[in-house]
Write a protein that binds this ligand. Structure first.
Ligand code: ADP
Ligand code: MG
Length: 502
């Protein structure tokens, strides 16, 4: 089996004017739960619906309305916890986080501060072949999403769309174990991949379906190790939180900018103040949004409308039994069973549908050759055509083409031709080979006849080739040409050698 060992994250070191500095990063990923209905109401969660059409009385906070927990959303959070090898809390509780916002009609968000449903877990962050780094997960809690204020529809008015109000979110909080911009992006990539495998979040970052708050601080070399030994945060620098990031590229740029900003402050004799900042991609800078509010500013208290949430171990176990094979395991199995490289296994397991596509294409054939074929021929063409591989070529067609190559019926070169024709016509690959007469000539008699003709017509070349064996290639090329590329190259090479030396 592939060794799934890992190393500890590697700090990015930035040289300041006076000292070297290391980065410390912790991420809070907000993942919208895949579910047809909201967390506490039966209203639909459909994205892009007519504004304010998916709003139950509970969502708009009509007096006297009471929230009722959606069991499916709870199951999704448990599934996510199990997928991150985390501790599941059989008892959790909801709290009110009080604040005013026009798109939050309740005047509070129902969240889980004190007793989250999921506790400590871990995730392996892939940094390229052979390098996986372990990041600890602190907790996952369930909470409601807010609505949307729309400021750009009218010069004088703002509008509110409550469709998103009350949609279930999972907040997945990491420990500050991420040590650089690339690791942060790789962490979000891996998180998104796992959530998509689990089917607990679509991970559509453009739609804001998955977004991250990025906490950044700087410290001198050696400080982080002291923090790790003691788990005492006073060894670390003061963090700033960059809100609502929904692009891998911007996450990296924002961290880079923010680290340098903090270094300049500290080296200039100042102090970083803990605050919430926003990243402006146009200017590539972060700007202060507000000073960091503390939990007590929100007047958290247990939500009186909801009983503590109690779930049974048996139910959790059942959910566990239904978990799909996850990316790390799938990747290891591909390397092991199909003999593909770790890099190829990573490409093929990036998405479940791609992994399934690959396995269906292998059929009874060779895993390694199929991997090369799918990655180089099919994915290349699919990317160019901006379409999914399965919409371009059915996996059965790949298997059929590769089976013909394996049995020497067609050469690899002809296989690519068959693929092109199949993409155009959707014709059965075997029929294409038959109709177009693309079958490889393995009949040595036919090859020999072609070669004899060439030898007879080129006596001077024959003499030269006898002096210099390297020139034999010319005859191989001529035979291939004469047979329309259909001669079996192995047979041609053998015959040419025989005739020229014999
Ligand atoms: P808050 O409610 O203030 O956002 P959370 O506990 O939800 O606090 O999340 C804090 C996040 O900040 C976590 O991901 C944590 O790992 C990270 N963090 C804490 N201290 C630091 C630090 N010194 N530098 C970078 N990240 C930090
Ligand atoms: Mg938080």
């Amino acid at each position: 089996m592939l060794d799934l060992t890992y190393e500890t994250p590697k700090p990015k070191v930035i040289a300041g004017a006076k000292h070297d500095w290391e980065l410390v990063i912790g991420l809070e990923v907000h993942a919208q739960v895949s579910s047809n209905a909201k967390l506490f109401s039966g209203a639909s969660t459909q994205f892009g619906a007519e504004p304010n059409s998916n709003v139950a009385f509970v969502d708009s906070a009509m007096p006297g309305m009471l929230p009722v927990i959606n069991e499916y959303c709870v199951a999704q959070a448990v599934r996510t916890g199990l997928g991150l090898k985390a501790e599941i809390h059989l008892k959790s509780a909801f709290d009110r986080k009080n604040y005013f916002y026009p798109d939050l009609p309740q005047g509070y968000q129902i969240s889980q501060l004190y007793e989250p449903i999921v506790g400590e877990g871990e995730i392996l962050v892939d940094m390229g072949p052979g390098v996986a780094r372990l990041v600890r997960i602190e907790r996952i809690h369930l909470e409601q999403d807010a609505g949307k204020s729309v400021h750009d529809m009218d010069p004088n008015m703002s509008f509110v769309d409550l469709n998103r109000t009350g949609v279930a979110l999972m907040e997945i909080v990491s420990r500050p174990d991420i040590r650089g911009p690339e690791e942060a992006a790789a962490y979000v990539t891996k998180m998104r991949q796992i959530l998509r495998y689990l089917g607990t979040c679509d991970g559509n970052m453009q739609n804001g379906n998955l977004r991250a708050d990025v906490n950044v601080s700087i410290c001198r070399p050696g400080q982080y190790e002291k923090y790790m030994e003691t788990q005492d945060f006073s060894h670390l620098g003061t963090r700033c939180e960059i809100k609502n990031m929904n692009s891998m590229r911007f996450i990296q740029a924002a961290i880079e900018y923010e680290a340098r900003r903090q270094i300049a402050i500290v080296e200039g004799g100042g102090e970083v103040s803990q605050e919430t900042r926003l990243y402006d991609p146009d200017k590539n800078e972060t700007r202060s949004m507000r000073s960091k509010e503390e939990a007590h500013d929100y007047r958290y208290f247990p939500c009186p409308d909801l009983l503590p949430l109690e779930i049974e171990q048996e139910w959790v176990d059942d959910i566990g039994k239904g978990l799909p094979e996850l990316p790390d395991e799938k990747k290891a199995r591909f390397i092991n069973d199909y003999g593909v490289t770790e890099y190829d296994a990573s490409v093929l397991t990036a998405e479940v549908y791609l992994a399934n596509y690959f396995e269906a294409s292998v059929g009874k054939g060779d895993g390694k050759k199929t991997a090369n074929w799918v990655i180089n021929e099919v994915l290349g063409r699919a990317n160019k055509a901006e379409t999914a591989p399965q919409d371009l070529v059915a996996p059965e067609a790949n298997a059929a083409i590769l089976a013909m190559v394996a049995s020497d019926e067609i050469s690899t070169k002809i296989a690519k031709e068959v693929l092109e024709i199949h993409i155009e016509t959707k014709d059965d690959p075997a029929k294409i080979v038959e109709d177009k007469g693309l079958k490889q000539v393995t009949d040595t008699g036919a090859i020999e006849a072609a070669l004899d003709e060439i030898i007879a017509a080129n006596p001077a070349q024959v003499e030269k080739a006898k002096q210099n064996p390297k020139l034999a290639g010319w005859f191989v090329g001529q035979v291939m040409k004469a047979t329309g590329g259909k001669a079996n190259p192995k047979a041609v090479n053998q015959l040419v050698a025989q005739k020229l030396n014999g």
